[in-house]
Design a protein around this ligand. Sequence first.
Ligand code: NDP
Length: 478
Amino acid sequence: GSAQIGVTGLAVMGANLARNLARNGYTVALHNRSVAKTDALLDAHGTEGDFVRTETLAELVESLEKPRRVLIMVKAGGPVDSVIDALVPLMEPGDIIIDGGNSNFQDTRRREADLAKKDLHFVGVGVSGGEEGALLGPSIMPGGSKESYDALGPLLEKISAKVDGAPCCAWIGTDGAGHFVKMVHNGIEYADMQVIGEAYDLLRSAAGIEPAAQSEIFAKWNEGQLASFLIEITAEVLGHVDAKTGKPLVDVIVDSAGQKGTGRWTVQSGLDLGSPISAIAESVFARGLSSQRDQRAIAQGVLAGHEVAVELGADFVEDVRQALYASKLISYAQGIDMLQSAAIEYNWDLKLDEIASLWRGGCIIRAELLKDITKAYAAAEKPANLLFAPAFAAEIAEVLPAWRRVVSTAVQLGIPVPVFSSSLAYYDGLRRPRLPAALTQGLRDLFGAHTYNRVDVEGTFHTQWSGDKTEISAVDTH
Ligand code: NDP
């Protein structure tokens, strides 16, 4: 065979990645379970490059040069396993099976281990950018062995987005590292969207600024510190008028947010790692609450508000912008902290500067801010937390007063700002010299003899609460 790569699964993402590869000069063999999709793609776009039409996986594999590279773009979950099972007997040692779907990183780790036993490379690749990104240049996060990246990296880098000439694609780490980083990207995306929503709600409900005027505010914000894809499209959505009613579109959309699961996975994984990703968790919970429409309807008639009237400062809009920026920084700091915990737990050598850099283009969370995050982790002295990088510590200090004002105003007016407020709690929690966790430890020792450490003496201790209340040295039983 002479095709350089095969793609199986030609729905939106697979078709667009195949076209992207072909437009970049690669010969691409095409396969889909139902042949109709393959033919539809060839009919519509067959002249864009060199495609090889195949009807079966055996034909697909047959058409490829060695080592073979097969990109699977089918529905995540069981379908990926069935396609792998069908491919394996057709492949030879050294061949590469690539999964570019939104697979759970634990599935990727399992599949990689299974295929490694058969001397096949399995590469889980995180792809972000949606339909348009897949076609024009996504952000690409490949895991798998370093060796497989030598054979695959050049193709992926070629079709990825570019920022300042650099590809938004780099080898992330072994087995499931690529899918893990893509998952955290999506978690940050949830938080990014939630803080934008909180800013919108404050401007609307506290300051009475209509969507059309807000569209201009967001467009202006997109020229500064907050410049990013999500702020840009917020201006677009808020400026859009519904053709049917003449109302702002945002007013005719049902206020229950959907989710496809990657945010939930991020939170589940954060809990497993003991990583305090409160901004991402609150964002997932906020979508969940929005979807409890029955309870929300009952609450209208049952739950009191007792809002407190507050005078908004003259700079309220600017205050909200600063609070939004601060909360956004926290969600990135927490997401990166989770990456650091995962690197230890799963034995990945994650390069945080490269990850921040490849998120600068193609993907949904692409933002100006990522340039400075890249710089912070490229420095000789890497900060233990993003917020400790001198540039970010200074930025947070600058916006902190506005952030505190906005959260107090929101609380008094009864406007929920779960990420603005929990991010501030995270920030203050980090700073606080003494936390009430000391009391928690005392309580745990009383009811469960869970023991505690002392600030003044090494060792583990227990107070004999039900006896004479003297302290004894104890074995740590947490
Ligand atoms: P879908 O997730 O809708 O999957 C449809 C494709 O899977 C079709 O080609 C279908 O074949 C194939 N398929 C389903 N079940 C099987 C099976 N048992 N055996 C063989 N083939 C099967 O496609 P998308 O293009 O939307 O997404 C592909 C992957 O990319 C998913 O993992 C998705 O989460 C991920 N992704 C999607 C993004 C998006 O914006 N849509 C963005 C980033 C990632 P058939 O035509 O024969 O039914």
